[in-house]
Each structure stands twice: as structure tokens, then as C-alpha cells.
Design a protein. Structure first.
Length: 202
């Protein structure tokens, strides 16, 4: 029987989009996450003044994907104590590949400000543990598979997320003849470039 995700059923808390520019590197992402955290804290204070609460004491914050990795750290810095979990939708590299990034330690430590870290595969979990081992030593790796970050115990686990393959395949096949797909295909292939390529091959 599939495991129930520890945050299943958590009440969603929505934040408005602050910036339209793409994220460029961890430092830019951190600055944007700091703005987002500030907006969350401001919203919380505003709602509390009105007799409501944006974040209740028993709420869980559930954050998705790499561009929001620094969000929990920014929220912690603003004094938000609620438990937070993060799910990474993309593979996490082994430390031997990860450490080519100058800010890899900052990235891993930002992830350690969450209470639960979810990954797609057990390989990703082990890769993250390799980074924690490199940065914090073997005492940070606990026997139950979690890791210790200061006073915080961070749960790590794999929660594979799938897609409806049959529906996606059917929709892809049905769209083959549409004008949009024909225009996109022609634009990507480039009719004149395609023809000259054929001529060179023959």
C-alpha cells in the first residue's frame, strides 16, 4: 500500500506572484524568496489584525521545486515556526557532481531548514545524504535515515510522483494534426534549413 505523504491534506496557503523575471542562480533566487517570505509575513500580520490568521499554529508549509529552496530559511528568519516540507521534482545530484557549484553548501543548508525533504527516488535521497555527509560529517546522518541540522531533525524520504501516461499519450497523438503543432514543428525544424541538410546528406 502506498505511503501517505506526511503533508497530505494540509490546508493550502496561496501567495501572489511577486516577480515575472526568470530566476538566475541561487543568490537571485534567495533574494526573490526573501521577498516572497516577507510578503507571506506581511499577509499573516494583516490577516491577524483582522481577526484571521494566514498561518495557524498547526499549519504545515509545503513547498515545491528548486526555485523555492530558500523559502523556508527566509521564513524562519522572519520568525515563522510552523513545520515546513519541501518536495524536489527533479533529480538531486551526488555530492561529487554537486560540489562543482560554488554555492552548493548554501543550497544544501537552505534545504536543511525544512522539516521534511521529499525526493522522487531513493537514489536522490542517498545523493542528498552524500552532500550532508560532506558538509556536516557522519554524525549528521542518523540511523533512521533522517539527518540532524543543528537542533533540527530533518526527515528524508522518496515519494515518487507519476503522471497519467495513457492520457498524455492520447492527447499528444490527437494533437499531431492541429495547426498549432504543424506551425511549431515547421518553426523548430526550419523548412529551408531542413532542405539544405537533406541535400548535403544525399
Amino acid at each position: 500500500m502506498p505511503r501517505r505523504h506526511p503533508l497530505a491534506g494540509a490546508r493550502p496557503v496561496a501567495f501572489r506572484e511577486l516577480l515575472d523575471e526568470p530566476f538566475v542562480g541561487l543568490r537571485t533566487g534567495s533574494a526573490i524568496n526573501l521577498l516572497l517570505a516577507g510578503e507571506a509575513a506581511r499577509l499573516g500580520r494583516t490577516l491577524r489584525l483582522r481577526g484571521n490568521e494566514a498561518l495557524r499554529d498547526d499549519d504545515l508549509l509545503w513547498v515545491h521545486d528548486f526555485h523555492l529552496i530558500p523559502l523556508a530559511r527566509a521564513l524562519r528568519d522572519l520568525g515563522m515556526p510552523q513545520p515546513a516540507a519541501f518536495f524536489l521534482h527533479v533529480p538531486f545530484p551526488h555530492v561529487e557532481a554537486l560540489r562543482v557549484l560554488p554555492v552548493y553548501g548554501e543550497l544544501v543548508n537552505a534545504m536543511l531548514t525544512y522539516d521534511v525533504l521529499g525526493f522522487q527516488t531513493q537514489t536522490d535521497v542517498e545523493s542528498f545524504r552524500s552532500a550532508v555527509l560532506q558538509l556536516h560529517g557522519p554524525e549528521a546522518l542518523l540511523p533512521d535515515g533522517s539527518v540532524r541540522a543543528g537542533e533540527r531533525r530533518v526527515v528524508l524520504d522518496a515519494y515518487p510522483i507519476g503522471v497519467d501516461v495513457d492520457t498524455i499519450q492520447r492527447e499528444a497523438l490527437e494533437s499531431q494534426g492541429s495547426d498549432e503543432v504543424r506551425r511549431m514543428t515547421a518553426g523548430l525544424l526550419g523548412q529551408s534549413g531542413r532542405a539544405s541538410c537533406r541535400e548535403r546528406v544525399s
